[in-house]
Ligand binder design. Sequence first.
Ligand code: PLP
Length: 369
Amino acid sequence: MTKNYGPEYIRAIAPYQAGKPIAEVAREFGLNEANIIKLASNENPFGVPESAKQAMAAAVAELGRYPDANGFDLKGALSKRYDVPADWITLGNGSNDILEIAAHALVERGQSIVYSQYSFAIYALATQGVGAQHIVAPAKAYGHDLPAMLAAIRDDTRLVFIANPNNPTGTFIPAAEIDAFLAKVPSHVVVVLDEAYNEFLAQQDQFESAEWVKKYPNLLVSRTFSKAYGLAGLRVGFAIAQPALTDLLNRVRQPFNVNSLAQAAAIAALNDKDFLQKGAENNTAGYQQYVAAFDKLGLEYVPSYGNFVLVKVGDDAGAGTRVNLSLLKQGVIVRPVGGYGLPEWLRVSIGLPEENEAFIEALTVALAE
Ligand SMILES: *Cc1c(COP(=O)(O)O)cnc(C)c1O
């Protein structure tokens, strides 16, 4: 007889489906790794910034020691960049870690967490991981419906997750709407504003969310070095929140959750304006490349503010899986989103121009099959 270990709410977790690694696709489909193109995890197509590589090389000598548990230098750099005191910052092993820490620090089993339909998969996992109740507000045009989310908040709600821009749909909520939402959220509810793709926003859409943190004691802004900064494999992200909230997060956080190489690389990347600029320009051009191709192929897509696009590849519930398989056989890895309740769609990251072109060609072939 098999024993049921652990609490029921842990056994009920549906594991996160990550983008397939290149080596795995090469093995499965008998392909040469060098010919495989991965556009599945919204990674930076330019890879690790040179500045970060140099900082890591210099930091290797100190790896015999534990990392700085308080991340003094990185917090200092972030404090300067965002104009908030260093004790308003929590470092995370990726911003995923921040989302999990927030749930652990703020929500008791049986209380509720609000997030949107079609929003980031980790919100459901973090909710389930603490045995909280899921309140999933219906999406509007594939994005967050903030009035619906506000209405969904209950007395037992402790946390609201918002992704802006959202993954996997790429939708964006303008600053004024978020501000209006924050002004109405009850004070017993903490809002986690997950801005993993903030750096890809056009100038006119940018706003300083750190300024809202000064106004709203129940706001936590989450950012990452995984996307625009090209450090996904290192795992480093951070939260900005007022000290009362930050102090709680730090009680739950593992003391050495961000390693020394990651801390050194993040400081270098944060100050590497050229790298960010190059990435933003490539992203704008790549987005145009995709949208032109989708229009030509007659495919519906959700206008995206991130470094990826959600595109509808068929009308039946098998379409995403079918087209994805054809793409894999052609050596192109994208992201099926059936798990998000979007089985007719695929999410594709914006890569280098030649990678985007290879995807478009493979997609054209797949659709003709
Ligand atoms: C990629 C992503 C993250 C961050 O991932 P980390 O690598 O853990 O920092 C967070 N939120 C959203 C919406 C994302 O798409």
